[in-house]
Design a protein around this ligand. Structure first.
Ligand code: F6R
Length: 613
């Protein structure tokens, strides 16, 4: 959460910082601010709310007169203190000569604050960040060197941080450091950049240096000096950034979310082109370091993830257990880390994360690595912290996802899990018939996804009809139960409508009490093992006057009349059907939220990368 940027060079810093922040808004939008180095002082501009408020404020002050060539910026997702002007970053020392921006949480800020207050230091904000500004300033007063002052300060801090710091006496200089929060240095010609994430700088440079935990960088227009924690000079390599500025455009769609939903056939095509060409040849996964001997040692699998990625993990349990017979548990990372979990060198732990930055998942993965488990990371960001922690890697390769609500990355995660499960079964020489059947189904997916998307106008009509309801229940059984969870999550996160996903068979054990004609029940049905059972649950809901919406590849004639509405998807085997059903639910959620006038790409209170536990 929170995004930070920095620039020092020959161009106008404010334009580059504001542009960079606009590409980090997915990380938070509670407030924003920039600090710009002037002749003998640092000027700070901040505004509560979205970045547009800061841009308007700067316009009023006549941005043309701001010509600074060095500055830092911040976009906030509030953790400590309300989303107000006073809590907006940058934060400064009392004299205003030092200022910084921060992403992360300083866990021991209260004790440091108490100590500083007892010595007479006054605080303006309720943030954890301000203690770092005050402490660095105190250390700077003694050392007169910003790198040393930052280094001394971070040694006292507990938690996670990425900092960009400026001092008015250190011209053209930004000092940056990080621990358990992302920060990269964009390398330019007579100019250098800092950012929490690639989109903020990709327009300006394709070269970057990633800082390791506790390294400190002194960044100037013509030099980047990096020191290790022990003060020795580091030699981090320059890497080439993986994506194109094009990915950051809406390409004519009203929202990024809609664009990303419609990209899904191509996302699947790309993955197939890369890894699965036909039903007959074995899949090879270059970055998966599990050969037959190692796989034979694996006697349990644990999948850990959060939110939408967790739902992909639930689907994964069905697929992996069915294809490999290896017992597989799925758990939210935030639960996994606070109990004595059982994992050892015979355990394969799969961490799924679109961003590769989610703090809960990072902590969980660090824990299991200490226990000797083999860690496979499934992520859309192969340069992320989680990817760097992996023993094996599956890059889902969905392309940058800008909308806060995950769509195409979910489908790409499902594809990755199908392919990984197939890889395991093929490597272990088991279940060849099932493997071939699933491969066949996967190869048909892009065309079928296009058919589902061609139903968008009908789904839009449905959205209009149902947008007035305050509550929804999504039901399904088997491998589509996670689809119900994910569909309900999509609806609630972007439309703020209360939606709950339930295993259809559980309806009668409690939730059925809520059913009447004010509660639509969306049922996911697929011809197969659980079709009749889900249909019985639909009958039960119908008998309680619930409005039934079906998402199905088949509805038999004698049951059609119980559905108020239904959307048919193409024929597909149960095992692969989550990949089609979810697209209907994404479109339904999108259209309801859009019809209600919600901020689809940036829903309230959310951020795309959740870097706090
Ligand atoms: C919902 C959504 C979130 C994320 C969750 C985990 O649309 O995007 O629920 O799935 O915050 O994020 P990652 O996958 O980046 O670990």
């Amino acid at each position: 959460m929170c995004g930070i940027v920095g620039y020092t060079g020959i161009n106008n810093a404010v334009d580059i910082l504001l542009d960079g922040l606009s590409h980090l808004e997915y990380r938070g939008y509670d407030s924003s601010g920039v600090a710009l180095m002037a002749e003998d002082k640092i000027n700070i501009y901040k505004a509560p709310g979205k970045l547009s408020n800061l841009i308007d404020k700067l316009k009023e002050q006549d941005k043309k007169n701001i010509t600074s060539k060095t500055g830092i910026g911040h976009i906030r997702w509030a953790t400590h203190g309300l989303p107000t002007l006073v809590n907006a970053h940058p934060h400064s020392c009392t004299c205003g000569g030092l200022t910084l921006v921060h992403n992360g949480i300083i866990e021991n800020y209260k004790e440091i604050k108490d100590e500083l207050e007892s010595k007479g230091v006054k605080f303006d904000s309720q943030t954890d960040t301000e203690v770092a500004a005050k402490l660095i300033a105190q250390n700077y007063a003694m050392t007169k060197d910003l790198v040393s002052a930052v280094s001394q300060t971070t040694k006292k801090l507990k938690g996670a941080w990425a900092f960009c710091v400026m001092h008015k006496n250190e011209k053209e200089t930004i000092v940056a450091t990080r621990k358990n929060a992302p920060l990269l240095i964009g390398v330019g010609d007579k100019e250098n950049f800092l950012a929490s994430d690639i989109p903020a700088i990709i327009k300006y440079t394709k070269k970057a240096i990633y800082l390791n935990d506790n390294q400190i960088a002194r960044v100037k227009p013509n030099s980047i000096e990096i020191l290790n924690e022990d003060g020795t000079l580091a030699q981090n390599k320059i890497e080439y950034l993986p994506f194109e500025p094009m990915a950051l455009s809406k390409m004519g769609y009203k929202h990024f979310m809609l664009k990303e939903i419609f990209e899904q056939p191509d996302v699947v095509r790309n993955i197939l082109q890369d890894k699965l060409h036909d039903e007959f040849n074995k899949i090879s996964l270059d970055d998966v370091k599990l050969d037959k001997n190692r796989l034979k040692e694996i006697n349990r699998i644990q999948i850990i993830a959060c939110g939408t990625s967790l739902h992909a993990g639930f689907v994964g349990k069905y697929i992996i257990e069915d294809l490999t017979g290896i017992p597989t548990d799925v758990e939210p990372s935030s639960e996994y880390i606070y109990r004595n979990t059982i994992a050892d060198e015979n355990t394969l732990v799969i961490g799924i994360s679109q961003s590769g930055e989610t703090a809960d998942t990072i902590t969980a993965i660090k824990q299991v690595k200490q226990k000797g488990a083999h860690v496979l990371i499934v992520t859309n960001r192969k340069e992320s912290l989680l990817a760097r922690l992996s023993d094996s890697l599956f890059h889902v390769n969905a392309g940058i996802e800008v909308s806060v609500a995950a769509t195409k990355s979910y489908l790409a995660q499902l594809m990755s899990i199908y392919l990984f499960a197939i890889y395991m079964a093929e490597t272990l020489d088991i279940n060849p018939k099932k493997v071939q059947e699933i491969k066949h189904e996967l190869l048909t997916l892009p065309a079928k996804l296009e058919i589902v998307l061609s139903n968008a106008p009908k789904i839009r009509e449905l959205a209009k009809k149902y947008s007035g309801y305050k509550n929804f229940i999504f039901i399904a059984r088997g491998i589509n139960y996670p689809t119900a969870l994910e569909g309900a999550l999509k609806l609630k996160e972007i439309s703020y409508i209360n939606a709950t996903g339930y295993p259809a068979g559980e309806l009668k054990h409690g939730p059925i009490a809520m059913l009447d004609d004010t509660m639509p029940v969306l049922a996911i049905l697929n011809e197969g093992m659980v079709y009749d059972k889900v249909m019985s649950n639909c009958e039960e809901a119908y008998a309680r006057q619930a409005k039934l919406i079906g998402v199905a590849n088949f509805i038999d004639d004698k049951h059609k009349n119980i559905f108020e509405d239904y959307i048919l998807i193409p024929q597909i085997k149960d095992m692969v059907s989550p990949a089609l059903n979810i697209v209907v639910l994404q479109l339904l959620a999108y259209n309801i939220a859009e019809y209600l006038g919600k901020d689809v790409d940036q829903p309230r209170n959310l951020a795309k990368s959740v870097t706090v536990e």
